[in-house]
Design a protein around this ligand. Structure first.
Ligand SMILES: [Zn+2]
Length: 185
């Protein structure tokens, strides 16, 4: 009777041991799997971080290629401000030449497109093809114009005012532009 109980107990213990062994094996397998998954995660995360750093570097390099702006220029070009009307140094410029982006030097307008609108800012009824991007204001009241190349703020565009045959007024801050006179031959 005692022997029988002992045998049963030993068998039970044996089973428990096997079960425990299985558990240990399971744990080892589990921990190995976790380790593997962890390593894969860390590798992909660091790859992602490297990619981000590369993108940031490209951005910085691009920015470094842009012209340095004064506080006044930055207020208009970066923070979309507006220069005081009638004060811009290109407002009354009548020379033949090209108006370029102050920040990235992209050619924006030709002097042939400039006209007198008496609005207080240089006005153009056309831009150099593809040089200027139009972005409707969030409230839909006006349409902002930016340099297509660098996204710098230029001013606003108004249609249907009847100033010229093209019925368009690019109202541009002087401070957003440089003027490059045509070479006299
Ligand atoms: Zn630009």
């Amino acid at each position: 009777m005692l022997l029988c109980a002992f045998t049963v107990a030993v068998r039970a213990l044996g089973r428990m041991n096997i079960q425990m062994l299985k558990n240990v094996q399971m744990k080892q397998v589990l921990s190995k799997t976790l380790l593997f998954v962890g390593m894969v995660l860390i590798t992909s995360l660091s790859a992602c971080a490297q990619k981000q750093t590369k993108e940031q570097l490209t951005q910085t390099t691009k920015n470094m290629e842009w012209n340095k702006l004064t506080k006044e220029e930055e207020a208009v070009i970066v923070h979309k401000g507006t220069e005081y009307p009638g004060t811009g140094k290109l407002l009354n410029n009548k020379e033949k030449g090209t108006y370029t982006c102050k920040r990235c030097n992209a050619a924006l307008y030709r002097s042939e497109s400039k006209f007198e609108s008496d609005c207080g800012w240089p006005s153009f009824d056309d831009e150099i093809a593809g040089a200027v991007k139009r972005i409707p204001d969030a409230d839909g009241s006006r349409t902002e114009i930016v340099c297509s190349a660098c996204g710098g703020h230029l001013g606003h565009v108004f249609l249907g005012e009847g100033f010229t045959a093209k019925n368009t007024r690019n109202c541009v801050n002087s401070v957003s532009m440089n003027f490059v006179p045509d070479k006299k031959s």
